[in-house]
Design a protein around this ligand. Sequence first.
Ligand SMILES: Cc1ncc(C[n+]2csc(CCOP(=O)(O)OP(=O)(O)O)c2C)c(N)n1
Ligand SMILES: [Mg+2]
Length: 251
Amino acid sequence: MIYLSLGQESIPAGVSAAVSAGKPWILGQHRAHATYLCFGGSREPLVDELLGLPSGCCGGMAGSPPIQDYENRILGHIGLIGDQVPVATGVALTNPEDQVICFFGDGAAEEDYVLAALGFAASRNLNILFVCEDNDLSVLTPTSVRRNWKITDVADSFGLETVEIADDPWLVAHWANRLKGRPALMNVQTCRDIWHVGTGNDGPPEWDRFQMTKDTMAKIGLRHESQAIEEEATAEIEELWAKRLQILFAN
Ligand SMILES: Cc1ncc(C[n+]2csc(CCOP(=O)(O)OP(=O)(O)O)c2C)c(N)n1
Ligand SMILES: [Mg+2]
């Protein structure tokens, strides 16, 4: 099973631009490839993990959902949606000097243990930033069918500082920076490009943040730079996959 973060990458990318000195603790959910790469994970062990190679970041034994890298303080998910929220709260409680950043989905926001943990983090004034990657979907069910409340309203009532924003990377970085050092929650509206699991899609996404970011870079005179970054990254990734697949088939 593979859970891709395509379309949602601007959230961890923006948050990673607002990290304090030193390494924060990072806890993500099952859709965390982008989170792993944005907070110090490397491409090769990620690809190897997806291919089940022993050189993968979890020894090739975990696959896509629990991607982790303990040396970079990225703790992997175990599969129970939202369970990382109480775990992250415990990490913040026991490491008061460290920054803790916890990502979860809008579906996970409905779990009782998530809400209890948000309340506890606010009561103890913990240094933790909760980031809800709100793609308006729990598997295939939109939020309007599932609930009549907003996670920002609930978190606000607990005493967390909250903000509701779109996944514009500059906006995400700005707010992640503003909300540092205290218990806070950002709900970031985003758009999943690909199916819940796997690599298919049901047509173009409602919005394409990657394209919008490229358009913005062009508008501010960085078209050439953004093209160069994309070409370089595409070539590197194609080469990386070709090499790792050769290793897989040689075994
Ligand atoms: C406690 C629990 N209930 C149900 C599931 C099945 N499940 C897996 S992913 C998922 C939806 C998660 O939605 P969200 O948190 O919004 O994350 P997204 O997939 O949208 O990134 C569900 C219900 C689960 N893994 N754990
Ligand atoms: Mg969701």
